[in-house]
Design a protein around this ligand. Structure first.
Ligand code: CA
Length: 172
């Protein structure tokens, strides 16, 4: 009898915990000491440093001059990466695109996820490719669960500029 009671308690706790997890979709890019990096930082002006952190500052403002967007130099294969500290089954990434100009620059960007830092993490599994995002739009990219602690966004090609006004990462 005692054993059956215990099993019921375990079952209840399992279901209860599962429900909590299901309801609580946490943006991993701003959790648990997540750290961000990018291939370079454009010298925008003396007051505004559009570093990688601007893409995870919790501010979705897409006007570059407001100071909440990251911005690399024009270069070959610019990239941005968040290190989630531990590996997750990542299921979606949301990207907020620049809104005051240049929104087409994001087209062709790749979302890559994995646990390897070869080529700065840009060789990890391709989870999704950005066809386009409207100016200032926040677009969700959903894909099959992909394991990794590194989430990269890279635009392949020469003379590319990567600007990200906000990036959110979610796992199941
Ligand atoms: Ca931001």
């Amino acid at each position: 009898m005692k054993f059956r009671m215990d099993m019921r308690v375990v079952l209840f706790l399992t279901l209860f915990t599962g429900m909590c997890v299901a309801r609580q979709k946490v943006n991993l890019a701003r959790e648990n000491g997540a750290r961000v990096f990018q291939s370079s930082t454009f010298n925008y002006n003396s007051k505004l440093v559009p570093d990688a952190q601007k893409a995870v500052d919790g501010d979705f403002n897409s006007i570059m001059d407001v100071g909440s967007c990251s911005h690399t130099n024009g270069e070959t294969n610019p990239w941005w990466r968040v290190d989630l500290v531990k590996s997750y089954r990542v299921t979606s990434v949301k990207i907020t695109n620049r809104g005051d100009c240049c929104g087409e620059r994001i087209s062709g960007a790749q979302i890559r996820i994995g646990n390897c830092l070869d080529n700065n993490g840009n060789n990890n599994e391709l989870a999704a490719t950005v066809e386009s995002i409207r100016y200032g739009e926040t677009k969700t990219f959903e894909f099959k669960p992909t394991n990794g602690k590194y989430v990269n966004i890279i635009i392949p090609g020469d003379g590319k500029i990567l600007t990200l006004c906000e990036v959110e990462v979610f796992a199941d």
